[in-house]
Design a binder for this molecule. Structure first.
Ligand code: SAH
Length: 210
């Protein structure tokens, strides 16, 4: 599937019916999601791979990975109503994704989901609850050899320090996350949040240095 077609397919998915601010439910816009996924595809991290989407929301990233030929896709999400929408989106697009309602902070989760080749995620940025992104990073590094995450621009230094000894940043790509203004007098306006897509390699999978 070409990048443009992926973007168009993701554009048609249903969004959060009642976005919950406390959970930072912002659906990744199709152009940004398609860019992350296509980049990961080119790196050899999607096609034929098992892919996990942590905090999958309405399933944009998970379903996109299935479109691009992932062998197995699992979406983890705390909110049942988001998973209902994600399941509807998977049915709508004829993609096979297994969704699990779970909290990424649940210590039993790594045992439950096992390992996968690649994690893709757009976790909460921690705007509502400080450090909300940390359990996502922790679980990702336990679960997969390669992780692609969308973070606030300028997060790379924090992530480098936070994952010290556990992972290495192999890439950082800038992007913009357009968020619709919610004020009634400004409904059509959009605010662009600068983000960065960070590719992490978990140390357990790095070759030991000679
Ligand atoms: N990945 C989706 C949604 C991004 S919004 C997308 O790209 O469109 C972040 C998502 O993380 C929300 O759906 C929110 O409900 C979920 N979330 C927040 N805290 C969580 C937790 N502790 N465990 C699992 N999911 C969580």
């Amino acid at each position: 599937m070409r990048l443009k077609h992926l973007e168009m397919a993701l554009q048609r998915l249903n969004g959060f019916p009642h976005p919950r601010v406390a959970l930072e439910q912002y659906q990744t816009p199709a152009p940004l999601a398609a860019r992350l996924l296509y980049h990961a595809l080119m790196k050899g991290d999607i096609e034929g791979k098992s892919v996990c989407d942590l905090g999958c929301g309405t399933g944009v990233l998970a379903i996109g990975a299935a479109f691009l030929g992932a062998a197995k896709v699992t979406g983890i999400e705390i909110d049942q109503s988001a998973v209902d929408t994600a399941e509807g989106n998977a049915a709508l697009t004829g993609t096979a994704v297994k969704f699990i309602v779970a909290d990424v902070r649940d210590a039993a989760l790594p045992g439950l989901i096992g390992t996968c080749d690649t994690v893709i995620m757009n976790p909460p940025f921690g705007a509502q609850q400080e450090h909300a992104d940390r359990p996502f990073i922790d679980l990702a590094l336990k679960t997969a050899s390669v992780t692609y995450g969308i973070f606030n621009a300028g997060s790379a230094q924090f992530i480098k320090t936070y994952t010290e000894g556990r992972a290495e940043i192999s890439e950082k790509v800038g992007g913009v996350f357009p968020i619709k203004r919610t004020f009634s007098f400004h409904t059509k306006d959009q605010k662009g949040i600068e983000v960065e897509i960070i590719r992490l390699i978990s140390n357990r999978y790095l070759k030991p240095k000679a």
